[in-house]
Write a protein that binds this ligand. Structure first.
Ligand SMILES: [Zn+2]
Length: 1032
C-alpha cells in the first residue's frame, strides 16, 4: 500500500512478522492495524469512508461486515471459536481480567500507548509541537515502509529500477563484467554531481535535523503492549546531506547493526548522567533468505531491502583512510572537485584512486555515484592479495561422531550420519575444494580412510605406517561390493596421533562415494558391536567417551588449514584429555554456590580453544546426553572459537519430533554459508573507543576479534566509551569483517552506521533503542552470573533499571504532588521493565532451586549469542489466543502467513474453553483448556475429546478443515520467521495435564508471579519504591 492511497498524515509500515501493515499517524505517532479512514485533525472528514477496498490490502483486517461466518462450538459461550469481528487483541470478552492490573478493560486496538498513561514531560515544551494532542498518545518514530522507495529516490526509478543486478556471487561471471559503474544513467540516488557536492558541504554541521521529542509514560498506568516490540527503533535523524548520495540505504538496517542510543551524547558526563549504557549490537553476517532473490541471485521486487544479498564489489579498488584505516562509505566528503575524500571518522583527506571512476577491464567510465559502497551501508569488497597471509583456505568439516552405545541406542548416530548424507550437496563447495573427514570415538578413536582406492583389490595400507602404526589395528573390510572402508582404531589416548595422516581428510567431491558409503554403514558397524539393539531403545549407559582425544585428533588433522570441527556427543567426556566429572549437585541449585556449576570445571576447553582460534579452527558442539554433560564447560569451546552449542536433552530418535528437530538444525548448520579465518574490528569517529566485547569469539588484541569461522545470525555486542568530547553533528561506526568466503575468496564485509550527536539528555532518552539495550543487558547479565554469582547478575539487572529510571525521573520529570504514584520512563523504553523481568525469569538467570545446570548453561549460551530478533522472544515470548484470533490469521496474506495478534504475557488471558500458543523461538506450547469443546479438539487434533489428548511433544496432524490448517500455518511460520537454524519443538499442554510441562509453559507468561520471581505488577511496585525512595 503506498502512501498515496492513505489519508493525508498517515503512513503504512509493513510488518513482516505479522504480515500486515501497521498504520501510523505521522503527527501523533498513533499506530493502528486497521486502515485509517480519515486524515488527522480533519474534522470535516469525520464519517467519510474511502472507496470500499481501496485502502485494504489483502493482508489487512477485513471490515467487520466481511468477517466469515462464525462457527459456534458451545452453546452459551460468549466467544466464538474463531472469527471475532474485531482483531482479537484486547478483545477479552469475559470478566476474568476484572479487577486485575488491567482494570476496566484491556487496551483496545487503538493507540499503542493507550489508556492515557502518558504524561507530558515538563521543561520540554519548546521541543514539542502540538503536545496537547500528543500527550495522550505514544509517539511513533516512523520509518519508511521497507518495500517502498524513498522520496529521495525521486528523479529516477531508483536503485532497483535502474540497476537491479547485484553480482551476489562473484563466480557467476568474471569480475568487471557486472560492475556498478556500467549502470545506466539515473541509477544512483540523487545523482549529486558537482552541485550536490556543494550542497553536501553547505548542510554539514548545520544541525538541520529535526530534534527528537521525548514522551514520558507512567508505567503504573500503561500495561506492556507486545506490539511495541515490533516497532522499528527510534529513527536515526541525520543532518540533511550527511550521506554523499542521499541513498535511503546509506544507514545500516537494525538487523546488521543497532545502537542502544540513536543519538550519541557529545560528552561522557552526559552519557553517565543518563545511565543508559552506550553499546553496539552487531550481526555482520546475518542470513538473507533464499526467497529474496531469483535464480540468478538478483533481488526480487518487493523484498525487504534488509533481506537482499549484500552487494559484492569485485573491482578490487578498496579506498581506505590512510590514517584510521576506515573503509570508504556513504558518509565521506568529497573535496577538491571530487579528487579527494575526507574521512568522516578522523577528518584526514585521502586521494580518490583513479580506478575509482574507471573500469580497467572494460575501459569504461564508472559512475561514482552508483558505486554500492557510497549508497549502501552493508557491502562486501573482494580483497586483493595484500589482505591475505596465505591463499584462501577451503571449507573444511571434520565430524567427530560419538559411536558409544548411548549414541547408537538413542538414534543419535543414525540420525547424524543420515543428516550429513542428505546434506552433502548443501555443504558449501562451490569451487570443489571442500574437505571432509570423519572420526569416531567411544573408548577409542576410529579413523576412516576415505580416498577412493585406485586399485579396489588393495586393502588397507595401515601396516605400512611405520612406528606410528603399531597401535593401529586395521579392521577387515565389510563383505559388501560397495567401496571399501578402512577403519583404523587408535586406543592410545595419551598421545593422540593420526594413523594415516594423508588420506583421512579428503576432498568432498573426489571422495564422495566412499564418504557416502561410510555414512550409510557407520551406525550398523557400531550397532552390531553392542549386540544390535535397535536405535531408539533408551537406557544404554553413558560413555566411555574419549571426546577430548578426538578433539585433539581433529585439531591435528586440520590445524595447518583451519576449518570446522563438528562434535556430536551423547556422553560426558570420561577418557583422556578434557575428562569431566558429573559435578551437578542439586543441593547447590538456588544457593550462592550455584554459579560454580556454571564456570568451567577444567581449563582444557579454554586452552584448547585458544589453540584452535590461533589455527583458525572453529568448534560446534551438538550435545545429546540423557544425563549430565557439563555444558557449562563444553560450551566454552564454541564460545572462544566462534562456534555454537546445540543441546538436545534426552534425545531419542524413536520420537520423530526429536529426529526432525535435530536433523533440521544440523542440516541448516551444514548448509549455511560460513566465513572463515576472520577478524572483526569496529572503528568509530574520533573520540569514541570500543571496549568490553561480548559474544562467541576470541579477543586477539585490544579491539581485534578473532573468529575462526563467522556463523550466520550470531550477534556480538560491545560498549562504547566517549574519550573526547564530540564536536561533530554525527558520528560513524564501521564494522569491518575480513574473512574468507566459503567460495574461496578473501573478502571484507563493511557495515557502516551513522548516528547524530546530541547534547540534550531528553534527545538521548528519546533515542533509546530498547531492543538493542535489552540485547546488551542479556549478554552482560550472563557474563556477570559467571564471573560473580547468579544473584549478583539478577541484582545488576534490576539496579540498572532503577538507575536509569531514577536518572530519568530527576532530569526529565517534575516532582511534587502525585510523583510518588508514578513510575516514569521514556515512551520508547516502556517495554524495558517487562523485558528485564523476562530476563530475570529466563532459565539462564532465574532464581530457582530446580534448574539443572546443563539447561542453565545452554540458555546462557543462547542469551549471549542470539541476534535481537531471537533473543527478544527468548526473554519475552509470544502468546496468542487461537480460538478467537482474527479471521485472516493463519491465512496467506500479501507476504505470507498472517500471524494472530500477540497477547500480554499473563495467565489472566487463559480461558478454560480456549486454545493458546506460547512460543519463545526455542519451544512452542499449544495450551488447551479443560473445557475445550469436542468439536475444537476434533478439528485441531483429530481426536474425539479433550480427555483422550496426550500431553507432550507432538506433531500437529494436517486435517481437512480450515481451522486446523490455519494453526498448522501459524506453527510453520513461527518456526521460520526469525532466521537461524532453530526448529522449536511443539508441546501439547493440557490445563490439567502433566504438572512439570504445564509449569514450564506457564513460566513463559512472565507477567505472572511464579516460583521466586515477582509478577510484573509487583516488579513495578519494587521499582517505584526504589526510584521514588532514592531522592532526586
Ligand atoms: Zn580516517
Amino acid at each position: 500500500m503506498s502512501s498515496q492511497e492513505l489519508p493525508p498524515g498517515w503512513e503504512a509500515q509493513w510488518h513482516a512478522e505479522h504480515q500486515r501493515y501497521l498504520f501510523i499517524e505521522v503527527e501523533t505517532g498513533q499506530t493502528q492495524w486497521e486502515p485509517p479512514t480519515q486524515a488527522y485533525g480533519d474534522p470535516e472528514s469525520q464519517g467519510q469512508h474511502p472507496p470500499e477496498g481501496d485502502l485494504l490490502s489483502p493482508g489487512t483486517p477485513s471490515h467487520p461486515a466481511h468477517a466469515p461466518k462464525k462457527r459456534q462450538y458451545a452453546a452459551g459461550q460468549s466467544q466464538a471459536y474463531y472469527g471475532t469481528p474485531e482483531p482479537s487483541y484486547g478483545d477479552f470478552g469475559g470478566g476474568a481480567a476484572g479487577g486485575g492490573y488491567y482494570g476496566g478493560g484491556a487496551p483496545g486496538p487503538g493507540p499503542a500507548g493507550g489508556a492515557g498513561g502518558g504524561f507530558f514531560t515538563p521543561g520540554l515544551a519548546g521541543e514539542q509541537q502540538g503536545f496537547q494532542q500528543q500527550q495522550q498518545q505514544a509517539p511513533y518514530y516512523g520509518q519508511q515502509p521497507p518495500a517502498q522507495p524513498s522520496p529521495s529516490g525521486a528523479g529516477g526509478a531508483g536503485w532497483y529500477g535502474a540497476n537491479p543486478s547485484y553480482p551476489s556471487n562473484p563466480l557467476a561471471g568474471p569480475p568487471g563484467q557486472e560492475t556498478y559503474g556500467a549502470a545506466a544513467p539515473g541509477a544512483g540516488y540523487g545523482q549529486p554531481g558537482v552541485g550536490a557536492l556543494a550542497d553536501q558541504f553547505s548542510q554539514m554541521g548545520m544541525g538541520g535535523q529535526k530534534p527528537f521529542a521525548l514522551y514520558t509514560t507512567n508505567l503504573l498506568q500503561t500495561p506492556p503492549d507486545p506490539l511495541d516490540l515490533m516497532k522499528p527503533p527510534p529513527e536515526i535523524r541525520l543532518p540533511p546531506g550527511a550521506s554523499a548520495t542521499n541513498s535511503p540505504y546509506a544507514n545500516a538496517d537494525p538487523s546488521y547493526t543497532r545502537c542502544t542510543l540513536n543519538a550519541i551524547p557529545t560528552t561522557s558526563s552526559l552519557l553517565s548522567k543518563c545511565k543508559v549504557p552506550l553499546a553496539l549490537v552487531i550481526t555482520p553476517h546475518r542470513s538473507v533468505p533464499s526467497t529474496a532473490t531469483n535464480a540468478d541471485g538478483e533481488p526480487l521486487a518487493g523484498v525487504d531491502p534488509a533481506d537482499e544479498p549484500v552487494p559484492i564489489i569485485t573491482d578490487q579498488v578498496i579506498p581506505r583512510c590512510r590514517r584510521c584505516r576506515a573503509y570508504i562509505n556513504p558518509y565521506v566528503i568529497f573535496i577538491d572537485g571530487g579528487s579527494r575524500w575526507k574521512c568522516i571518522m578522523c577528518n584526514v583527506s585521502n586521494e580518490v584512486p583513479a580506478e575509482y571512476d574507471w573500469d580497467r577491464t572494460t575501459n569504461t567510465q564508472i559512475d561514482r555515484w552508483s558505486r554500492p559502497e557510497l549508497n549502501r551501508s552493508v557491502v562486501e569488497f573482494v580483497a586483493p592479495t595484500e589482505y591475505m597471509v596465505r591463499p584462501p583456505q577451503p571449507p573444511v568439516y571434520v565430524f567427530l561422531l560419538d559411536v558409544s552405545p548411548a549414541a547408537v541406542q538413542s538414534g543419535m548416530l543414525a540420525t547424524a550420519t543420515r543428516t550429513i548424507l542428505e546434506n552433502l550437496s548443501r555443504i558449501p563447495n562451490t569451487d570443489g575444494r571442500t574437505k571432509v573427514a570423519v572420526i569416531g570415538f567411544d573408548a577409542a578413536l576410529y579413523f576412516f580412510s576415505l580416498t577412493a582406492p585406485a586399485n579396489p583389490a588393495a586393502p588397507s595400507a595401515a601396516q605400512d605406517e611405520g612406528e606410528d602404526g603399531e597401535n593401529a589395528e586395521p579392521q577387515p573390510p565389510q563383505e559388501e561390493p560397495e567401496p571399501e572402508i578402512n577403519m583404523m582404531v587408535v586406543s592410545d589416548l595419551d598421545d593422540v596421533y593420526l594413523p594415516r595422516p594423508n588420506d583421512l581428510l579428503v576432498n568432498l567431491s573426489e571422495s564422495r562415494k566412499p564418504l557416502e558409503s561410510l555414512l550409510e554403514r557407520i551406525n550398523d558397524m557400531f550397532a552390531s558391536a553392542i549386540g544390535g539393539i535397535p536405535p531408539g531403545m533408551q537406557g544404554a549407559p553413558q560413555g566411555p567417551s574419549a571426546m577430548g582425544p578426538a578433539l585433539q585428533a581433529g585439531y591435528k588433522m586440520i590445524s595447518p588449514i583451519g576449518g570446522k570441527l563438528i562434535v556430536l556427543s551423547a556422553s560426558l567426556p570420561t577418557l583422556g584429555a578434557g575428562t569431566l566429572k558429573d559435578r551437578d549437585d542439586p543441593k547447590l541449585f538456588g544457593t550462592t554456590k550455584e554459579s560454580n556449576l556454571l564456570q568451567p570445571a577444567v581449563p582444557f576447553y579454554k586452552t584448547f580453544a585458544i589453540d584452535c582460534s590461533r589455527s583458525q579452527v572453529s568448534v560446534d558442539m551438538f550435545l545429546f546426553s540423557s544425563g549430565y554433560q557439563d555444558i557449562a564447560t563444553l560450551s566454552g569451546l564454541p564460545r572462544y572459537t566462534a562456534g555454537q552449542t546445540y543441546f538436545y536433552p534426552a534425545f531419542n530418535a524413536a520420537r520423530s519430533e526429536d529426529a526432525i528437530k535435530f536433523a533440521h538444525e544440523f542440516g541448516e548448520v551444514l548448509a549455511s554459508p560460513i566465513g572463515l579465518e576472520a577478524v572483526i574490528r569496529v572503528r568509530a569517529s574520533r573520540g569514541l573507543r570500543m571496549t568490553s566485547f561480548n559474544g562467541n569469539f576470541f579477543v586477539r588484541s585490544t579491539d581485534l576479534l578473532s573468529l575462526a569461522s563467522v556463523p550466520v545470525d550470531q550477534t556480538y555486542t560491545m560498549e562504547v566509551v566517549i574519550e573526547e568530547n564530540l564536536s561533530v553533528p554525527f558520528v560513524v561506526f564501521q564494522t569491518g569483517v575480513l574473512h574468507t568466503s566459503c567460495f574461496g575468496e578473501r573478502r571484507i564485509r563493511v557495515v557502516t552506521i551513522a548516528l547524530p550527536t546530541t547534547s540534550s539528555i531528553s534527545e538521548m532518552y528519546a533515542s533509546v533503542d530498547q531492543v538493542a539495550l535489552a540485547t546488551v543487558l542479556c549478554q552482560r547479565a550472563v557474563e556477570r552470573s559467571i564471573s560473580h554469582k547468579l544473584e549478583d547478575a539478577r541484582d545488576a539487572v534490576t539496579n540498572k533499571l532503577i538507575d536509569i529510571m531514577t536518572a530519568y525521573r530527576s532530569s526529565m520529570t517534575a516532582g511534587g504532588a502525585g510523583a510518588a504514584s508514578q513510575l516514569a520512563i521514556a515512551d520508547n523504553m516502556k517495554m524495558l521493565p517487562v523485558l528485564m523481568l523476562g530476563l530475570l525469569k529466563n532459565t539462564g538467570i532465574r532464581a530457582s532451586s530446580t534448574i539443572p545446570s546443563d539447561l542453565r548453561a545452554y540458555a546462557q549460551a543462547l542469551l549471549t549469542s542470539l541476534p535481537p530478533q531471537m533473543v527478544i522472544p527468548y526473554i519475552h515470548p509470544n502468546f496468542y489466543s487461537l480460538v478467537d484470533m482474527a479471521p485472516e490469521a493463519g491465512t496467506v496474506g500479501e507476504h505470507g502467513i498472517i500471524m494472530p495478534m500477540p497477547l500480554p504475557l499473563t495467565s489472566e488471558r487463559l480461558v478454560r474453553h480456549g486454545l493458546f500458543l506460547i512460543e519463545d523461538g526455542q519451544s512452542m506450547f499449544l495450551w488447551i483448556g479443560r473445557d475445550a469443546v469436542p468439536q475444537l479438539v476434533q478439528d485441531v487434533f483429530g481426536v474425539e475429546r479433550y480427555d483422550l489428548l496426550q500431553s507432550g511433544k507432538i506433531t500437529l496432524p494436517l486435517l481437512d478443515n480450515d481451522f486446523n490448517q490455519r494453526i498448522n500455518a501459524i506453527i510453520a511460520k513461527t518456526r521460520e520467521m526469525r532466521r537461524g537454524p532453530y526448529w522449536p519443538h511443539l508441546y501439547l499442554v493440557k490445563e490439567d495435564g502433566e504438572p512439570a510441562l504445564r509449569q514450564w509453559a506457564l513460566s513463559m507468561l512472565i507477567q505472572d508471579r511464579s516460583d521466586q520471581t515477582p509478577s510484573y505488577q509487583q516488579y513495578l511496585a519494587l521499582l517505584r519504591d526504589k526510584v521514588n525512595g532514592s531522592g532526586y
